[in-house]
Design a protein around this ligand. Structure first.
Ligand code: TPP
Length: 371
């Protein structure tokens, strides 16, 4: 089935309000919402999945109709509180339709950050008292099941197994003359690899940094935040507070920054003098299919200064960034450095060879060897 066919069947039944955070497994779905149904639906990509539930609750309060929330199962953590404390039948009793991409399904090969989440996904839905259907080629979405739950004000989820939707080769990439994220990562790495501590965000930023590090023979201190999207910044702040001597080099993305942006004034309130917060802004979730974020409308200068960061800079030119980073700039952080990039990466980009636990051990050993 194509995502377009599935969406058409929902829209035919009047389900036309979509809120969510994209992922690679449901990439065809968010693509089709953007490219096929932008006139027939309201579709809002929220900063995190909990906010998508909040908007669906508001939509129901405003219209009497259930909203649709789509998410990767790793976003279940973000939706738990607005469900358990608001939407549940024990509080406001609000119907919501969920479309969940099942990464890490037991028995299906996937990346390590999805294993545990994949194993407990169905139990989590049971615990949350959300009715569901597991969808695959033999088990197509049963719309009657959905309507029956919704008519009783219940919440209902379709849980999509990997590769259920047919591949959609259309691209959401917005062409631009900006440079690749990888080229900037290489430059920043070459400047700080000897004495910096790198923390990289979820998705291709971490994967690119991994291979930049592998192809040098430097073995820099790097913590890859391969899951927990949006938390690289708080992890970096925690490291920086307990390890003040080195520069903390946080490589963040606009989607990741937005997801838990409340951390910015917390970082700004701390004595993080060696904290360099790089934000690669491509105004999209490039790693999972280039679905748009509000990145291009963000005034990160105002946001960082309003969050008590001590300085802000913006670059789209590698040489100018290098000049700045190698100058005698000595102002105390935290500093936010926005880097405007294009929406491209190597389609053959690989994945770390070591397990996350091995990479953590390597990181911690390098940290302790130094002290
Ligand atoms: C809670 C959660 N929701 C969704 C995802 C899927 N996901 C992985 S990377 C990514 C995009 C990250 O966007 P950004 O930080 O802007 O980096 P970019 O990929 O554009 O470089 C998304 C949505 C996830 N890993 N975790």
């Amino acid at each position: 089935m194509t995502a377009k066919e599935f969406l058409q069947s929902l829209i035919d039944r009047g389900h036309d309000h979509y809120f969510g955070v994209p992922d690679s497994l449901l990439s065809g779905l968010s693509k089709s919402l953007e490219l096929d149904f932008s006139k027939k639906t309201q579709h809002i990509i929220t900063q995190n999945e909990g906010a998508a539930v909040g908007m669906a609750i508001g939509h129901y309060l405003g219209s009497g109709k259930p909203g649709i929330v789509y998410l990767q199962n790793s976003g279940l953590g973000n939706i738990i509180n607005p469900i358990t404390s608001l939407a549940t039948r024990d509080v406001y009793n609000i119907p919501i339709i969920f479309l969940v991409g099942w990464r890490g399904q037991p028995g299906v090969k996937d990346e390590p950050q999805h294993t545990f989440q994949g194993r407990i996904t169905i139990q989590q839905l049971d615990l949350l008292e959300i009715e569901y259907q597991i969808v695959n080629e033999e088990n197509l979405p049963k719309l009657d099941l959905l309507e029956e739950s919704i008519s009783q004000n219940k919440q209902f989820a379709y849980v999509f197994q990997k590769n259920f939707f047919k591949n959609d080769n259309r691209s959401l990439e917005k062409r631009s003359s900006y440079k690749n994220r990888k080229d900037f990562i290489e430059k920043i790495y070459s400047i700080y690899c000897n004495d910096g501590i790198f923390i990289s965000t979820t998705g291709k930023t971490s994967r690119e940094l991994y291979f930049v590090n592998k192809s040098s023979n430097k073995n820099a201190k790097i913590f890859y935040t391969i899951g927990g999207m949006g938390h690289a910044s708080s992890i970096a702040a925690g490291i920086s507070l307990s390890h003040k001597k080195n520069k903390t080099i946080l490589l963040d993305g606009d989607g990741s920054l937005l997801m838990h942006m409340g951390i910015l004034p917390i970082i700004g309130s701390q004595p993080l003098e060696n904290f360099y917060h790089f934000v690669f802004n491509n105004s999209s979730h490039e790693s999972v299919g280039n679905q748009p974020t509000v990145g291009s409308q963000l005034d990160l200068e105002a946001i960082s200064k309003g969050s008590n960061y001590k300085d802000y800079f913006k670059f789209d030119d590698i040489d100018k960034l290098e000049q700045f980073l190698t100058s005698n700039y000595s102002k105390k952080g935290p500093v936010l450095i926005e880097i405007v990039i294009n929406q491209k990466s190597d389609p053959q980009l690989g994945r770390p060879h070591e397990s996350p636990a091995q990479n953590k051990d390597i990181f911690m050993k390098l940290m302790t060897d130094e002290t």
